[in-house]
Design a protein around this ligand. Structure first.
Ligand code: SF4
Length: 95
């Protein structure tokens, strides 16, 4: 009889904890900030360092933070520069 009580208690505790974690997961969810990855995908990817950053990923981070401008990337074509400018204008806050 004691084992039945123990199993029931574990089932109830598991259900309550699972429900709490499910609700907390929904209420506390923070959408990931994908701006750096999105911009990195739009940059030429040469990692030449011509923009003064250690590579395109560094440039993407500085573009998101506003410390650099896309004009510093000379290899980037005009249409992609415009696309990046539009993206940054549309995603200036948190993603
Ligand atoms: S200049 Fe452009 S291609 Fe070169 S590392 Fe900087 S962002 Fe990348």
């Amino acid at each position: 009889m004691a084992i039945v009580k123990a199993v029931l208690l574990m089932l109830i505790l598991g259900g309550v904890i699972g429900m709490f974690l499910g609700i907390a997961g929904e209420k506390l969810y923070v959408a990931p900030d994908t701006r750096e990855e999105d911009i990195l995908a739009m940059l030429p990817g040469y990692n030449c360092g011509g923009c003064g950053n250690p590579g395109c990923s560094g440039m993407a981070a500085k573009l998101v933070s506003g410390e650099s401008t896309i004009e510093q990337c000379k290899p980037c074509k005009a249409d992609m520069k415009e696309k990046i400018r539009q993206y940054l204008a549309e995603h200036s806050g948190n993603a």
